[in-house]
Design a protein around this ligand. Structure first.
Ligand SMILES: [Zn+2]
Length: 62
């Protein structure tokens, strides 16, 4: 069922927390406006550690 077993603590930690996916997407929209295309692709994911939503970079590699 779950395919992502590798979870690192730096997925949480100092990252900003958002109470909902919608809140995280609002943050992504703000970052895009601030940085333009230079920031690359961002995604919102629900944190398995704290249960909040974080914004992360999704690149080709890890
Ligand atoms: Zn977290």
């Amino acid at each position: 069922m779950s395919s992502k077993r590798r979870i690192r603590r730096n997925q949480c930690g100092r990252k900003a927390r958002h109470p909902s996916e919608a809140g995280a997407k609002v943050a992504i929209a703000k970052l895009r406006r601030a940085y333009g295309g230079a920031i690359g692709y961002l995604n919102a994911y629900k944190c398995p550690h704290c249960g909040a939503w974080h914004v992360g970079h999704a690149r080709g590699g890890r």
